[in-house]
Design a protein around this ligand. Structure first.
Ligand code: C2E
Ligand code: MG
Ligand code: MG
Length: 569
């Protein structure tokens, strides 16, 4: 570079002086030029400089260079340039300036320090207008990158994938795609607000990017908590297994945001190209399907595409429309399972459990149709229905059966956290005229354990109007006994899994005993769920639980059969 510059000077010096003037003219006509004093004020500017900056030369001369500051660069940007020049070194880079009329323009800029006796005397600046190019770059940035995480977006993925397909013709390149998402993300974020959700996603992106640096893959950010992981290699090496392992290891660590721990459980769907789908659209459709399949797995939420998923998908679509129809036509039913007071040997209450019989699908268990309604967004309607029917029953039975009977109704967490849940509850009370004391809501531990003020207020409002609250399936979620003390909870229903096989598991019996004792110490009603036989009851008796439910006492019954059952008691 240096020799080339010297060569140019030699050429110019060897030529006529007039030709230097020509060169100066040429420079003036095509390049933005200015001479600055050592203090950074303008000493001289050419016409082009005035034209682009929209200042006249008299406005510029004597004014500091920072007159053109755009605010685009960080505050120490010009200080750093200054330091370079003070050391007698050239500075070259792209600068965004603000013209007199407020518009922005970009120049490729070189500052040349002119030194005399090692002191900076003047600075020459030579610039070219690159505004159009920069605008295109910035548009590309906006078009192809995600603002929040800085990761490439779906548009970029589509472009890269198409380039890969074209490059590897006629034989398509083998590669794998993973769709990464997080269990219950929407639910958690609804509770914790938008700004926490954004910080959360940035942390998720950071973790995935860190893993991508170990393995040769690219992460793209899709909608909300969805990320696409692109493995440009043949999948035969099963490299994705290592990546999944690494992802799980990384996300075992909860994410801490403003004092809240967010547990992020990955859901990963995997598809191989071209083995599983030969076109881009089909590839993505099948990947989305694989991901929804992965979400339904009970343990590790990972699934690799297989053709059978298409069949299941069709099945669930049909099941969904049948369920919606059943709900509209009031074809669902509630069955009732008595809750037994073991101290007084009587029925203290009853739990309402949804039942759905469809002529095509036959008896569909609530463990299938409740999660389906949650996933497909109509759990509110289903929840409102069960709440209303249970309240009607509570009103009727307490009026006719000559005894107090609390009817408990299960509330899905997805339903419970809806902003209109309380309104819905008030409407049901209003419509059915049920005494709130005859109603109990069964919610899960995770809902109660959430520390937000709103949740606390909602729980308090419910108990203030007289409805009692029970924690269902206790012991399976993330609760602490310490937290229970601060919430207006009336009852703990200990999950059936603590009773199953208790005869052969001394540890289980010990845990159950402690749970019962602690529950009682916290002045809570403790209900043992799922007692199936006399043997199980006998093992539990010494722990003195007050309430129990289970097939041993009675299976859930249709309303009329329950009435007969209770009248016999
Ligand atoms: P859950 O609320 O814990 O209800 C207890 C489940 O255990 C019921 O299953 C009941 O039939 C069953 N069960 C009771 N005693 C025994 C026993 O001794 N042995 C065995 N093996 N099972 C017993 P079901 O009716 O299939 O309901 C399953 C879950 O579905 C419920 O668990 C509840 O979480 C949910 N669910 C049911 N109906 C509704 C509803 O209307 N709304 C909502 N959100 N969830 C519901
Ligand atoms: Mg329940
Ligand atoms: Mg339960």
């Amino acid at each position: 570079m240096r020799t080339r510059q010297t060569d140019w000077l030699a050429i110019i010096q060897a030529e006529h002086i007039q030709q230097i003037e020509h060169i100066e003219k040429a420079l003036n006509a095509s390049v933005i030029l200015a001479k600055l004093n050592a203090d950074g004020t303008f000493a001289q500017v050419n016409d082009f400089f005035c034209e682009i900056s929209k200042y006249s030369s008299s406005e510029l001369i004597g004014a500091p260079y920072t007159l053109l500051r755009s605010g685009f660069h960080p505050s120490n940007f010009f200080t750093k340039i200054r330091q370079t020049l003070n050391q007698g070194e050239l500075w070259t880079g792209d600068i965004c300036h603000r013209a007199k009329d407020g518009t922005l323009y970009w120049t490729k800029t070189t500052f040349v320090p002119i030194l005399k006796d090692h002191l900076l005397k003047h600075i020459m600046t030579v610039q070219t207008d690159i505004t159009d190019m920069k605008n295109i770059d910035m548009l590309k940035e906006i078009a192809y990158y995600d603002d929040l995480t800085g990761l490439a977006n779906f548009r970029k993925f589509k472009m890269d994938f198409s380039a890969l397909q074209h490059a590897s013709k006629p034989l398509p390149h083998m590669c794998s795609l993973m769709l990464f998402s997080l269990k219950d993300y929407k639910l958690t974020m609804k509770r914790f607000g938008l700004s926490n959700a954004q910080t959360f996603l940035q942390e998720v992106a950071k973790r995935l990017r860190e893993i991508s640096e170990k393995f040769d893959y690219t992460v793209f950010k899709l909608e909300e908590e969805q990320f696409l992981i692109f493995l440009p290699h043949t999948h035969q090496s099963n490299e994705y297994e290592h990546i999944i392992h690494e992802i799980y290891r990384s996300f075992r660590q909860p994410i801490l945001i403003q004092g809240h721990y967010f547990k992020a459980e990955p859901i990963i769907g995997i598809i191989h190209f071209p083995e599983h789908a030969q076109t881009f659209d089909l590839l993505l459709d099948r990947l989305a399907l694989t991901s929804s399949y992965a979400e339904k797995q009970s343990d590790r939420k990972v699934a690799i595409y297989h053709a059978q998923m298409e069949e299941e998908h069709k099945y669930f679509l049909l099941l969904e429309s049948a369920l919606r129809r059943a709900l509209e036509r009031d074809d669902l039913e509630l069955h009732y399972q008595p809750k037994i007071d073991l101290y007084h040997h009587q029925v203290e209450g009853v739990e309402a459990l949804s039942r759905w019989y469809d002529p095509t699908f036959k008896q569909v268990p609530p463990n299938v149709f409740i999660p389906l309604a949650e996933r497909r967004g109509f759990i509110n309607d289903l929840g409102e229905w069960s709440l209303r029917i249970a309240a009607e029953r509570a009103k009727l039975w307490n009026a006719n059966l000559d005894r107090n009977l609390i009817v408990a109704v299960n509330i899905s967490p997805t339903h419970f956290i809806q902003p209109n849940f309380l309104d819905q509850l008030f409407q049901v009370l209003e419509k059915t005229k049920v005494n709130p004391k005859h109603l109990q809501l069964e919610i899960t531990e995770d809902v109660v354990m959430e520390k937000s003020v709103e949740m606390h207020t909602t729980l308090k409002t419910i108990t203030d109007i007289g409805i009692s609250l029970a924690i269902d399936d206790f012991g399976t979620g993330y609760s602490s006994f310490g937290m229970l003390n601060t919430f207006p909870i009336d009852s703990l229903k200990i999950d059936r899994s603590f009773v199953t096989n208790i005869q052969n598991d001394a540890k289980k019996a010990a845990i159950l005993e402690v749970m019962i004792k602690l529950g009682h110490a916290l002045k809570l009603d403790v209900v043992i769920e799922g007692i199936e036989n006399e043997e199980e009851l006998a093992i539990l008796q010494p722990f003195a639980p007050k309430f129990a439910q289970g097939y041993y006492f009675c299976k859930p019954l249709p309303a009329n059969e329950f009435e007969r059952f209770i009248q016999k008691k």
